[in-house]
Design a protein around this ligand. Structure first.
Ligand SMILES: Nc1ncnc2c1ncn2[C@@H]1O[C@H](COP(=O)(O)OP(=O)(O)OP(=O)(O)O)[C@@H](O)[C@H]1O
Ligand SMILES: [Mg+2]
Length: 303
């Protein structure tokens, strides 16, 4: 896997704080560097080859590469200086009709000066825009199609009004598979000189639940405590009990060894990881469905 490394933050338009975040430091710059999402990447590469693209709607769960793909597409289309013809707005920060009327319009109507005859405007969290703002956006998209292509990013495409959906090519991003997350985290760990145990990395992947941003942030948080990434370190930084400890406690309870189970439960509670929120839901939430599921399978087998 090719992966760029940000050695000079300023030359990449990053503040020092952003560069200190591994999610930014290891954010792909080109389509070739994107982890997984293969079908999407190959469709976007076609746009680059043709030097043309339609308006796009990138939909899918957080941390799966939507904004990153928009940045990489712009980079591959326009080269290193793509920032001149690229604008990224967070629709939920600047929600409302006024932004569409002013900022978006201003950017969209000015012709691009580069070889590619259009600019790219990315609207993050577009599903948080009001319907009125979306209706205004739809008119702007139509009016300035010659000079500007829109990439709308959202978690739920159903929240985007139908007339906009029908004007966009839809790209559905999916949660990243565990193997790809592991591979990417290994790469980062190597670059950062970390010592990762297999179970440590597995716990990061479990916490990430297909969200690579969450995986990288968890790895960085654990690394800030120690260069050795162990299962304990990971569950400590995310404030959860280890699934194996919860599993053991449940097993003792189901086998009728209530004294032992109560002892283990007390330990989990005194470590502060359990029952921090509502009592009833905390156990299944924090220990992860996998613990409960594997527990069910085991009790089924033994009965
Ligand atoms: N497919 C991917 N390939 C490589 N890195 C990724 C990928 N997805 C996420 N990342 C990492 O996670 C960070 C956040 O990704 P990104 O901003 O693209 O998520 P998103 O899908 O736009 O999420 P949101 O819905 O929250 O806006 C990136 O900076 C990058 O480090
Ligand atoms: Mg995004």
């Amino acid at each position: 896997m090719k992966q760029s490394f940000v050695s000079d933050p300023k030359s990449h338009g990053l503040t020092l704080l952003e560069a200190a975040l591994w999610t930014e430091k290891y954010r792909p710059k080109a389509l070739d560097e994107i982890v997984d999402q293969e079908e999407i990447v190959s469709r976007l590469k076609e746009f680059v080859k043709r030097g043309a693209m339609p308006h796009c709607l990138f939909a899918g769960p957080p941390g799966t590469g939507k904004t990153t793909a928009a940045l990489c597409l712009a980079h591959d289309l326009f080269g290193e200086r793509f920032q001149d013809v690229f604008l990224e707005l967070n629709a939920s920060d600047e929600r409302g009709i006024d932004v569409v009327r002013t900022t978006v319009k201003e950017f969209a109507r000015m012709a691009s000066l580069s070889q590619v005859p259009f600019k790219i405007l990315v609207l993050d969290e577009a599903d948080n825009m009001t319907n009125d703002a979306q209706a205004a956006l739809r008119r702007t998209m139509e009016k300035y199609t010659e000079t500007c292509r829109f990439v709308l990013c959202c978690n739920y495409s159903g929240r985007i009004i139908e007339p906009i959906q029908s004007r966009c090519a839809l790209f559905r991003f999916t949660p990243l598979p565990e193997s790809k997350i592991v591979e990417h985290l290994h790469h980062i760990a190597k670059q950062e000189g970390l010592k990762v145990t297999e179970s440590g990395l597995k716990s990061v992947v479990e916490v990430a639940e297909g969200d690579l941003r969450k995986g990288i942030n968890t790895l960085q948080a654990a690394a800030s405590m120690s260069k050795g990434i162990t299962e304990e370190a990971v569950y400590q930084v995310v404030g959860r009990a280890k699934p194996t400890d919860v599993h053991e406690m449940l097993t003792h309870a189901m086998k009728g060894d209530f004294i032992k189970a109560r002892e283990e439960l007390r330990q989990l509670r005194s470590s502060g990881f359990l029952f921090q929120r509502s009592r009833g839901s905390a156990l299944s939430k924090q220990s992860g469905r996998s613990t409960i599921d594997s527990f069910k399978v085991e009790t089924k087998r033994s009965s």
